[in-house]
Design a protein around this ligand. Structure first.
Ligand code: HEC
Length: 258
């Protein structure tokens, strides 16, 4: 009976080159994804680091704030000078009166925002050309709405599952003991993915679930790193244990199901 496990070093060079190339691109992709998470969430609560509070604000909104303030303390902070931001905050804290809009606020928006925030340039961004348009982002911040979450979650579920299928498949060719540990590392990202996405919705009900988003995210990161490093190392810089060499890269019979 043949074992179902074949170590990297017994794979043809062409397959190892394929695996290593995919890992290099995924590694870069992962870094970009981390930067993106940072850029879109960090700083929403006014502190520079990415905190649980930032995630709560992203998913369930900020009872003390408006979309405009949240954006200007987060991803839009660099779009205008600090003193002009303060002018907008002061106006928002006065409940955004219309009388001051034309004199004080509109000129700032025209100079720094409308180039992107108009329907011709970006139909998906809030239009900031008139008072009526701006009023939509000065209402209480309710976080991401459910239809946005559904759109983001289906993309996220499919694409991340696909990436972890490929990485997990590559990693099945590594020699890792105990075998249960290898299985846990392979399964963890898929379970974390479900927990992570479920927590986006649950954070709207109870903000403590923001921690499940953070823990889920950390678990993918750990599993990704273990699989990436182990696979790369065993593909190119590793001396196989003698029992594997004796079996030409296949496990001894007793170990056959791993
Ligand atoms: C270079 C283009 C660009 C400029 C200039 C710009 N924005 Fe944005 N804005 C974006 C993009 C892209 C997003 C969506 C992605 C994100 O949230 O990071 C966005 C998101 C927002 C949101 C959040 C929308 C939501 O649904 O949560 C607000 C509010 C906002 N911008 C306000 C402003 C204000 C106010 C200014 C001017 C000070 C400004 N933006 C300048 C591109 C721009």
């Amino acid at each position: 009976m043949k074992s179902r496990f074949l170590h990297f070093q017994y794979l043809p060079m062409s397959m190892r080159v394929l695996f290593a190339s995919v890992l290099l691109v995924f590694g870069t992709g992962y870094l970009m994804a981390m930067i993106q998470v940072w850029e879109s969430h960090a700083g929403k609560d006014g502190k520079e680091m990415l905190t649980a509070e930032d995630l709560v604000i992203s998913y369930s909104g900020n009872p003390n704030g408006t979309k405009l303030e949240t954006a200007l303390r987060g991803p839009m902070a660099d779009m205008l000078p600090a003193e002009k931001r303060e002018v907008i905050f002061t106006w928002l804290h006065k409940k955004a009166p219309q009388e001051e809009f034309d004199a004080k606020i509109n000129p700032i928006l025209q100079d720094h925002c409308v180039a992107c925030h108009n329907p011709e340039a970006n139909p998906h961004l809030p239009d900031l050309r008139t008072y009526e348009d701006v009023a939509k982002v000065t209402a209480r911040d309710e976080g991401m709405n459910v239809s946005t979450l559904v759109r983001v979650s289906h993309i996220h579920l499919f694409s991340i599952a696909f990436i972890f299928f490929i990485i997990g498949y590559i990693y099945t060719h590594a020699y890792v003991r105990p075998a249960w540990f290898k299985c846990v590392v392979i399964a963890t990202p898929f379970l974390s993915l479900i927990v992570d996405v479920a927590a986006w919705y649950l954070t709207k009900i109870w903000t403590g679930f923001a921690w499940a988003v953070i823990i889920g995210g950390a678990l993918y990161g750990i599993a990704f790193t273990i699989m990436w490093v182990t696979s790369m190392r065993q593909m190119w810089f590793y001396k196989l244990p003698q029992d594997l060499i004796d079996n030409e890269g296949e496990l001894p019979r007793a170990d056959i199901n791993n």
